[in-house]
Design a protein around this ligand. Structure first.
Ligand code: NAP
Length: 314
């Protein structure tokens, strides 16, 4: 079959022949892939920089999820099985326990762009911390695909205030669902509008996380009010120098949400509800569709967090 193939970590995948994936378990089936999203996590997988990358042999097909059609014509959203066989290929073996049948009218490209972005905050706010109605959420990195969805997910789960923090003023202003906004470089505004924050969903880490944490702690009017910082990504860097005083002066907890801190079973169990909400039109990340054979061109485009590249074998 043809696939996007990574032959060396950190190089752009090329459209090449790759061996057909083989069925190995009773819950597995083969699907014709219709769409696979080029998420930041997929770039990390192809770059060998994701924390799950150790031990995977090359060459590999990138892609952590996708939408495919089985031999009976049913549409499936699936999470890839890992290892060398990702979703950016003509065919994929999927495990039905990590997949869900989609309504026939589902747009595969929008589903492939959106589901990963929605499920991140859904899981964080229900499985890693339990958002109680009326609690206040701050989203750091709110203008990205996953951040924009996080603002909406928090609102739908009953959050009171949802503060959107990012580096782009125009995109922040246009963000649906946010009750207040602040720029990453504006600690005074973060301290003021984020004073009552209960939960931070952090997609950036790096310097913006350290600066935002310091600003939130400085603006805290009630040090006994718990503040849970949930890291989900590292768009601004894999390391951050955090203020020690933040840990001693307030009830701050720092946790993470992702593969490992969430089990595969927990992630799989969340898929049906999220897929149904997307199929109903509740959430949508705008896709930027490309044929799979154009993978090199799509991969090399400058980052655009307002759209999600989706590759489709044609
Ligand atoms: N743990 C999970 O369950 C999970 C699930 C999905 C995604 N993620 C992670 O979440 C992160 C964001 O994903 P995404 O889908 O939202 O990506 P995206 O659509 O590409 O958006 C990237 C976001 O990061 C911002 N950004 C990038 N570099 C920055 C910097 N140096 N300083 C400040 N802001 C910066 C962008 O700002 P602009 O809009 O101004 O460009 C945008 O808001 C990634 O690390 C991804 O791996 C985690």
């Amino acid at each position: 079959m043809m696939a996007a193939v990574v032959t060396a970590y950190g190089t752009t995948p090329r459209y090449l022949e790759f061996p057909e994936p083989q069925l190995a378990g009773e819950h597995e089936i083969v699907v014709e892939v219709l769409a696979a999203g080029l998420h930041p996590r997929v770039r990390m997988q192809a770059g060998g920089s994701h924390y799950t990358s150790t031990g995977t042999d090359l060459p590999l097909v990138p892609g952590i999820d996708g939408v495919g059609r089985d031999a009976d014509g049913r549409l499936w959203y699936f999470m890839s099985l890992g290892g060398r066989y990702g979703s950016m290929a003509e065919r994929a073996v999927i495990d039905k326990r990590r997949s869900v049948v989609l309504p026939a009218h589902t747009d595969p490209v929008t589903m492939a762009a959106t589901l990963n972005c929605v499920i991140a905050s859904s899981l964080a706010l229900t499985e890693r911390v339990t958002l109680r109605p009326g609690q206040n959420v701050l989203v750091l990195g709110a203008t990205g695909g996953t951040g924009r969805m996080a603002v909406q997910v928090a609102r739908r789960l009953g959050a009171g205030q949802v503060t959107a923090v990012g580096r782009d003023a125009a995109r922040l202003t246009a963000l649906p669902g946010a009750t207040s906004t602040a720029l990453t470089g504006d600690p005074d505004t973060i301290a003021r509008v984020g004073a009552g924050t209960d939960i931070v969903l952090d997609f950036l880490w790096g310097e913006p996380a350290a600066a935002t944490m310091a600003a939130l702690i400085a603006g805290r009017t009630d040090p006994i009010r718990p503040l849970t910082w949930v890291n989900l990504g590292e768009m601004a860097g894999p390391r951050a120098t955090l203020p020690a005083g933040a840990l001693r002066s307030t009830q701050l907890q720092i946790i993470g949400s992702g593969q490992g801190s969430l089990t595969g079973a927990t992630m799989a169990a969340a898929i049906p509800a999220v897929a149904a909400a997307i199929a109903e039109g509740t959430y949508a990340v705008e896709p930027d569709p490309f044929p799979l054979h154009d993978v090199e061109r799509a991969w090399s485009l400058p980052p655009d967090s307002s759209r999600r590249i989706v590759l489709s074998p044609v």
